[in-house]
Write a protein that binds this ligand. Structure first.
Ligand code: PEP
Ligand code: MN
Length: 338
């Protein structure tokens, strides 16, 4: 951390800052310039907050120099992390497409979905058993019964399952049904107690971006999970809120290369919740793969107009299959495989 003192700083004020740094276990390097005195903190500055210093007399500003996240940072781990999901690698050269319905509805719907996901060439399946709905009167998901239907359907096609965890009290059921990847939804990206809980579990976690979260807040949320010991984290860009109302959210394609630079962890994109309309999904998917995403999370329903949740944005089985073909071409053009 660098602490910049105001123009008429006194020795006493500099001394107070130095003492505060030393009390926090760091050393101080005082540099007196012609216009400003600058104090550099030497040591682990992550335990310092800027306002510990800006609230002191004579201090003009204070800023962190080191990144606030460390385990998830590429500085800490240069090579890409490849997460093994029951034999399916995510984060390596091969791109993974996770397909499936928004929510688990019936056993028949899940059996059909699993069949179509497999036929399209996807190696992982999605489906929500616990649904975070804006209205408390909307379908909330079948809960544990939904996990059961999902597991049965996916097992028939040997597809690892991805499903959303909303509450730490559901973790036992997730372990019982051996959920392969835990999804933390946009609304829970900063539910720090939930992040701490999944940090203690030995399961890969997809961390969706909060709908109004900055990249650095998102990285800090991942750090919460990593700090608990679980380093198998996958970032998922799912669109952010802006002033634009022509689509559900704005897919932040720029976040892909930025995250790939900042972290060694895999980055995937959810084009379905970004666009909010099925017809936008192919274009957004193609853009995401071209920009370097390691995978996609795509909603597909055997019969989209009958979907209980997010009907507008679900691809038909045929549309998913066709999209997989074009994604394969883009993957090849950038030296990757699908
Ligand atoms: C979902 O993937 O079903 C979902 C609810 O997504 P998000 O958290 O991005 O809204
Ligand atoms: Mn959905």
């Amino acid at each position: 951390m660098i602490i910049v003192m105001g123009p008429e700083v006194t020795d006493e004020q500099v001394g107070t800052v130095v003492k505060k740094l030393e009390a926090a276990g760091l050393k101080a390097n005082v540099s007196r310039g012609i216009e400003r005195t600058v104090i550099g903190a030497i040591g682990d500055e992550r335990k310092l907050e800027a306002d510990m210093f800006t609230s002191l007399p004579g201090v003009e500003s204070a800023m962190h120099i080191a990144k606030q996240y460390k385990i998830v940072s590429r500085e800490a781990h240069k090579k890409n992390t490849v997460i093994d999901i029951r034999g399916v690698p995510l984060g390596g050269n091969q791109i993974q497409i996770i397909g499936g319905p928004c929510s688990v509805e019936t056993q028949e719907q899940m059996d059909l979905s699993a069949k179509y996901v497999k036929e399209a060439g996807c190696r992982l399946m999605r489906g929500g058993a616990f649904k975070p709905r804006t209205s408390p009167y909307a379908f909330q998901g079948h809960g544990v019964e939904g996990l059961d239907m999902f597991r049965k359907a996916a097992d028939k096609f040997n597809l690892p399952i991805v499903t959303e965890l909303m509450d730490a009290r559901q973790i036992d059921a997730f372990m019982e049904y051996d959920v392969d990847v835990i999804q933390i939804g946009t609304r829970n990206m900063q539910n720090f107690d939930l992040l701490k809980e999944v940090g203690r579990i030995n399961k890969p976690v997809i961390l969706k971006r909060g709908m109004s979260a900055t990249i650095s807040e998102w990285l800090m949320s991942a750090e919460y999970i990593a700090a608990g010991g679980n380093h198998n984290i996958i970032f998922c860009e799912r669109g952010i809120r802006t002033f634009e109302t022509a689509y559900r959210n704005v897919l932040d394609v720029t976040a892909i290369p930025v995250l790939k630079k900042e972290t060694h962890l895999p980055v995937i994109v959810d084009p379905s919740h970004a666009g909010g309309k099925a017809w936008m999904v192919p274009a957004l998917s193609q853009a995401a793969i071209a920009a370097g995403a390691d995978g996609l999370l795509i909603e597909m329903h055997p019969s989209p107009c009958d979907a209980w949740c997010d009907a507008d944005q679900a691809l038909t089985p045929d549309e998913l299959k066709k999209l997989m073909g074009t994604l394969g071409v883009i993957a090849g053009a950038i030296g990757r495989t699908l």
